[in-house]
Design a protein around this ligand. Structure first.
Ligand code: GTP
Ligand code: IMP
Ligand code: MG
Length: 362
């Protein structure tokens, strides 16, 4: 089976967590990182330790899997080397020879006025992708320090697919950040949908079996855009769930606007930039549209425990609190795709897995 994990809203939905779970559970031969580059900040909690990863796939937690970085992904060599060391994955991580390498000039260019207006991550991704389009970028094959890591990712993946092996593709960012479909110009520097993730690693659309679109139980957003889903004081007052979270934030003495208090209480702070995230209620229409463009075969809903504290750590659907289950059902119905993985905590194993074997296209 070949599966893609992709973000359904504005990034930070918990793709890292879902990928690490699938890596351990489905035991892929290869796990390939797709998406933009080191602007991503994926988090995985494994055996009591927290890993913040920007280059290596969170699937590294399975020591049997080989880890790849697809040609579409921008590489920050220093960051990659640091993560290889931190995760102890030398010998089982490989980079496509055609990845564009982010250079200092790209980082320097990513702090200018336009980057500030958009609120980019400052990681050099936009300027490096511009250089790629201008055909002035340098590729991974041009850097001696990457010599031992260079492979042909599409060939490896397609050979494995031909042998019937399991392949997992990890995208980054989210649908609302897509250069094509997001809130332009407050978007990242390329499309973030499942089709692009497949192209990033050189696997054709006919070879993909499953697309998991990941949603958080609510929405969060980093960046400078006018966030149309911004949770207002009125919405908070009208909702039992949000009112109770606000009350707890106030009891802890958290300062700021209502939205900031809730963000801070929920721990919604950008992984890469440390900026506070803006919070919104789940946008069902955006969810439906995103599932449609991504060709979702199943959806995953994360952070249920943050809205429904009694859901924390639940791994059996029969033990999921009624209000959390009702929220899942409403998302399923309005998005129009079955929710198969429900995440109830940051730990890799805090998952309710409702898959009956990997789902097939109907
Ligand atoms: P990007 O590629 O940057 O879009 O990131 P991402 O989708 O991998 O998500 P990221 O790791 O940035 O943010 C998700 C945060 O939620 C992390 O801190 C996770 O540890 C945490 N998380 C994921 N699932 C759950 C969950 O079900 N419950 C709780 N409490 N935390 C979760
Ligand atoms: P860039 O990708 O650094 O150019 O940033 C463009 C926009 O995408 C900004 O609003 C960023 O905050 C946002 N963004 C980029 N990567 C991520 C991510 O991984 N999670 C959340 N937001 C992101
Ligand atoms: Mg993130």
């Amino acid at each position: 089976m070949v599966s893609i994990v992709v973000g359904g809203h504005y990034g930070d939905e918990g793709k890292g967590k879902v990928v690490s779970y699938l890596a351990l559970k489905d035991k892929p031969k290869y796990i390939a990182r797709a998406g933009v580059g080191p602007n991503a900040g994926h988090t995985v909690w494994f055996e009591g330790k927290k890993y913040g990863l920007r280059m290596i796939t969170c699937g590294f937690v399975n020591p049997q899997s080989e880890l790849l970085i697809g040609a579409g992904v921008l590489v920050d060599i220093k960051r990659l080397m640091d993560e290889i060391q931190m995760c102890g994955v030398n010998g089982r991580i490989f980079v496509d020879k055609r990845c564009v390498v982010i250079e200092q000039e790209h980082k320097d260019a990513d702090v200018g006025a336009n980057s500030k207006k958009i609120g980019t991550t400052g990681s050099g991704c936009g300027p490096a992708n511009s250089a790629r389009v201008n055909r002035t970028a340098k590729l991974a094959r041009d850097f001696p320090e990457l010599k031992d890591y260079i492979v042909d990712v599409p060939q490896l993946l397609n050979d494995a697919i031909g042998e019937g092996r399991e392949v997992l593709i990890e995208a980054s960012q989210g649908f609302g950040l897509s250069l094509y479909y997001g809130n332009y110009p407050y978007v990242t520097s390329k499309d973030t949908s499942a089709s692009s993730a497949a192209a990033d690693v050189g696997v054709g659309p006919t070879r993909i079996d499953d697309v998991y679109v990941i949603f958080k139980a609510y929405m969060s957003r980093v960046g400078e855009d006018p966030f149309v889903h911004y949770l207002t004081d009125e919405e908070v007052k009208a909702s039992e769930v949000w009112s109770s979270i606000l009350k707890k934030a106030q009891e802890k003495g958290i300062q700021g606007t209502t939205n900031q208090k809730i963000a801070s209480y929920l721990g919604e702070v950008g992984t890469v930039t440390g900026r506070p995230r803006k919070i919104g209620s789940f946008d069902f229409e955006l969810g439906r549209y995103s599932a449609m463009v991504n060709g979702a075969t199943q959806i995953c809903i994360t952070c249920l425990d943050k809205l429904y504290p009694e859901a924390a750590g639940v791994r059996d659907i029969k033990k999921l609190p009624k209000d959390a289950l009702a929220h899942v059902k409403e998302i399923e119905e309005k998005v129009g795709v079955k929710a198969t993985l429900l995440s109830t905590g940051p730990d890799v194993w805090d998952v309710i897995d409702l898959r009956n074997g990997p789902a097939k296209r109907t």
